[in-house]
Design a protein around this ligand. Structure first.
Ligand code: SAH
Length: 399
């Protein structure tokens, strides 16, 4: 019946991966030649011709196919499948992200929609197509139609990551409004207000995956606080409601400018005076602060991904350790350390081991208050380890 649809044969390793519940097959595990057009729906078979399901194909990515279904589905059935998956993703958020106007609506693999991300910032939806398949005009129309049905009052814009389009060999395109008139919004996380602007030169947004960790950090935080790698003030603005002073550091001037504007939106609820925003390299600044004998009661560390590949893990761990060691030394007892890693390649076990080693070098005892991950609207799909990347450990530092 599906003879007209391209068939891709994967080797034993690729087949084992799919049978184990993962959804990716790397190009090196395809039996060549793969004769499918960029972004095509393909039927996947093992070397013996057994059916493994249907997948979306990329002609350029190392991740050559992303499984959509273990059933074989046709191009004609694809729109309905996508609509059903979108509905189910939205349903999941209605159960798990009820108390917020902003959350990730669709999280790619974790919502069985590999290659599609949609974030909601109050009444603006920001969509990202990460693959050739979700860049197809027909599929974009299906996604947009579905989003409009579920969120009739929302504007929808497309956020473009030029680097990803290059990797997927897609023509360059600007971020653009796809539906409605608004491309900016004020949105609220845990009662803290932020600006979102999806299209202006100074693009804003948020690390929505930290939403629940902001609340957890604010729950324990007190005294004099330092937020390292603050970006647009995510943690700092939460700390400002409970701490007596807040200092925040980032190397990006544009990010800090937005952080200051966000501060103005929230001043009334702040317990501390003005937040001290500092533009600096965090590694250098922490060293200077340590030499100057600065001390804090609460420190947040939320660096960018240090390990983009498996090979970079050891270097990444050294970076994490340097930061955590300095922070631990600067905390007054009983201090609160909120320390994060968004590197998928660094496991929670490795991260905790690094932290343990930093604590012993610093001569501090650390009690773990919480081991956390991403907010629930960024679900982890069992058997797809890449969906679990964020670690956030909250510790209480003694002596
Ligand atoms: N905590 C933030 C997210 C941090 S993202 C939030 O909750 O919103 C990582 C940030 O680290 C980015 O803003 C980036 O500008 C900054 N950054 C990257 N390298 C840095 C460095 N060496 N020193 C200081 N900031 C850095």
């Amino acid at each position: 019946m599906h003879d007209s649809q391209p068939v891709i044969t994967v080797n034993q390793r690729g087949a084992a991966r799919l049978r184990g519940g993962h959804v990716w097959v790397y190009r090196s595990d395809l039996m060549l030649p793969a004769e499918a057009s960029p972004g095509a729906l393909v039927q996947v078979r093992d070397e013996r011709g057994k059916r493994l399901g249907s997948a979306l194909y990329s002609s350029s990515s190392q991740i050559a196919i992303r499984l959509l279904s273990s059933e074989e589905i046709t191009e004609e059935a694809l729109p309905d499948l996508l609509r059903a998956r979108i509905a189910s993703a939205i349903d999941f958020r209605r159960r798990t992200a009820r108390d917020t106007d902003s959350y990730r609506v669709i999280f790619s693999e974790a919502d069985l929609l590999p290659g599609l991300i949609v974030d909601k910032y109050n009444d603006v939806l920001a969509m990202q197509a990460l693959t050739q398949a979700f860049d197809r005009d027909d599929l974009r129309r299906v996604v947009l139609g579905s989003l409009s049905e579920h969120f009739p009052d929302a504007s929808v814009l497309e956020r473009v990551d030029a680097h990803i389009r290059k990797l997927e060999e897609l023509p360059a395109r600007d971020s653009q409004l796809l539906r409605g008139e608004r491309s900016s919004a004020i949105f609220t996380l845990n009662g803290v207000r932020f600006q979102f602007d999806g299209l202006s030169g100074q693009k804003t947004g948020a690390f929505l995956d930290q939403r629940e960790n902001y609340a957890a950090a604010a729950h324990y935080a007190r005294g004099e606080a330092l937020d390292v790698f603050t970006y647009q003030g995510g943690f700092a603005l939460h700390l400002a409601r409970v701490c007596s002073s807040v200092a925040a550091v980032d190397s990006s001037r544009p990010a800090l400018e937005v952080a200051e504007q966000n501060e103005q939106l929230n001043r009334e609820g702040h317990r501390c005076g003005e937040i001290e925003w500092t533009e600096a390299n965090a590694f250098d600044l922490l060293k200077d602060y340590a030499v100057a004998g600065r001390q804090y009661d609460t420190i947040v560390l939320d660096p960018p991904t240090f390990a983009k590949t498996k090979r970079a893990v050891q270097t990444a761990l050294r970076g994490y350790k340097e930061l955590n060691l300095r922070a631990l030394k600067m905390l007054r007892p009983v201090g609160i350390l909120v320390t994060c890693s968004c590197s998928f390649h660094v496991s929670e076990a490795e991260f905790l081991e690094m932290l343990g080693s930093a604590a012993s070098d610093a001569g501090r005892s650390v009690r773990i208050l919480e081991k956390r991950g991403a907010a629930q609207d960024h679900p982890v799909l069992l058997n797809v380890p890449e969906t679990s990347y964020l670690k956030c450990v909250i510790g209480e530092v003694e002596n």
